[in-house]
Ligand binder design. Structure first.
Ligand code: AMP
Ligand code: ZN
Length: 112
């Protein structure tokens, strides 16, 4: 499958890994929108949050179990934001589920 994040997880495309376990891979965003900008992805191909189901939701749970540890290691004790973009209106550019972890400064108030 021609998926950028599947290739990153497989090590075929380099990334700056910050966390990994059996279910989850996390790496620095190549175009950071905040002082800390980490992408957290499942190690199976799920196209977006719109494709989460009873069959694969354990991966999402594992991601949210990992995020506090990832945030703590990134020094985000003052808070942070977790975002996932979905589809065209959500401006999702990579069609492999990913959660943006953003922080390291006070983020803009507005969500849209
Ligand atoms: P989205 O627009 O929500 O689909 O987010 C995709 C994110 O992937 C963007 O923030 C990009 O900067 C990031 N990105 C694209 N290619 C790479 C890459 N090779 N390594 C790390 N991050 C990437
Ligand atoms: Zn993928």
């Amino acid at each position: 499958m021609d998926c950028l994040f599947c290739k990153i997880i497989a090590g075929d495309i380099p990334s700056k890994k910050v966390y990994e376990n059996e279910y989850v891979y996390a790496f620095l965003d190549i175009n950071p929108m905040a002082p800390v900008h980490i992408l957290v992805v499942p190690k199976v191909h799920i196209a977006s949050a719109d494709e989460v189901s009873a069959e694969n939701s354990a991966y999402v749970a594992r991601i949210f179990e990992a995020i506090p540890q990832i945030a703590a290691e990134a020094g985000l004790a003052n808070g942070y934001r977790v975002i996932t973009n979905i589809g065209a209106d959500g401006c999702q550019s990579v069609k492999h589920l990913h959660f943006h972890v953003l922080g390291g400064k006070q983020l803009p108030d507005q969500m849209a």
